[in-house]
Design a protein around this ligand. Structure first.
Ligand code: SF4
Length: 292
């Protein structure tokens, strides 16, 4: 039985197309406090706290883990909250994984990964908008979009961007998304993942409190016209599909691969993997679960 290094479970979503991977979270909670965060409905809304005895538990799991399976760090709490720059828990985990030949895909809204280059294999940075003011409302304690792009550009490795979530009437303007994609491509991104906002009771409450002018339109779109899939409210497919197809095509035009996340549109998977694991180097053969 694995403890902190677990086979990725996409909240039991029937629409997940991720290849097999482990997920690893050095922290519980997340100091970035994004309004739309899905994880809060499972773990509550609280700052990032290191998991108890995390490194000891990770070392024990690594003795049993399969080093040919990639590790995604992290899928439901950020591995680079502000606390990480003091505590260094993500870095210590990367060192453990690296020394045993595990391949790590980092997924983050932080910029601290710049410090840890060389310890992970590929990178996905989440950027939902280039509008710094809007981002500071949506993702109040995460680094600004421009600093995320600068950090992305500064690392020399295979990398991509998650445009997740796309929020109707807030971050779905096609002209602005095109600009975001151009900036991402110019910063070295070669893959983009798109996902629309999915409503859960707690994130929806935060969203309508912060954007009261959109409350009624969102309520109609998600709760009257939309559908329920795996515990989330989705916009209807007739709204999501054209929106996502347009941005996927735009990313392809710019020379990147593209995919969607948990949307149910298989034809929009235009990459070897949806989540960016294809950016990782192939297993080298030196992978081992014994300490080198
Ligand atoms: S960075 Fe991710 S885990 Fe953290 S609050 Fe934002 S959406 Fe939630």
């Amino acid at each position: 039985m694995m403890d902190v290094l677990r086979p990725f479970d996409p909240w039991k979503s029937p629409l997940c197309t991720c290849p097999p991977k482990y997920s690893l979270h050095p922290y519980t909670g997340c100091t970035h406090y994004c309004l739309y965060c899905y994880a809060t409905s499972y773990v509550g809304r609280r700052p990032s706290r290191p998991k108890k005895e995390f490194l000891r538990r990770l070392r024990r799991d690594l003795m049993r883990a399969d080093p040919s399976i990639p590790v995604d760090m992290s899928t439901s709490s950020d591995p680079y909250p502000p606390e990480e720059m003091v505590l260094g828990l993500t870095r210590a985990a990367l060192e453990e994984l690296h020394s045993r030949g595990f391949r790590v895909l980092l997924t983050t809204k932080g910029v601290g990964f710049v410090r840890d280059q060389g310890l992970f294999g590929a990178l996905m940075v989440t950027i939902t908008t280039l509008d710094g003011q809007l981002a500071s409302k949506l993702e109040p304690f995460a680094p600004s979009p421009s600093s995320r792009l600068d950090a992305l550009a500064s690392v020399d490795m295979r990398k991509g961007v998650r445009v997740d979530p796309i929020i109707p009437w807030l971050t779905d303007d096609f002209g602005q998304l095109k600009e975001l994609l151009r900036e991402a491509r110019d910063s070295g991104a070669e893959h983009v993942v798109f996902s629309t906002y999915k409503a859960k009771p707690d994130n929806f409450k935060r969203m309508v409190l912060s954007f009261p002018d959109l409350a009624e339109r969102w309520r109609r779109l998600y709760y009257e016209e939309g559908i329920r899939i795996g515990g989330y409210r989705y916009m209807p497919a007739r709204v999501r599909y054209p929106m996502l197809r347009k941005v996927v095509e735009e990313a392809l035009k710019l020379g990147m691969t593209a995919s969607t996340c948990r949307e149910g549109f298989r034809d929009l998977l235009r990459a070897p993997s949806c989540d960016g694991t294809h950016l990782l180097p192939r297993p080298s053969g030196r992978a081992t679960n014994a300490v080198l």
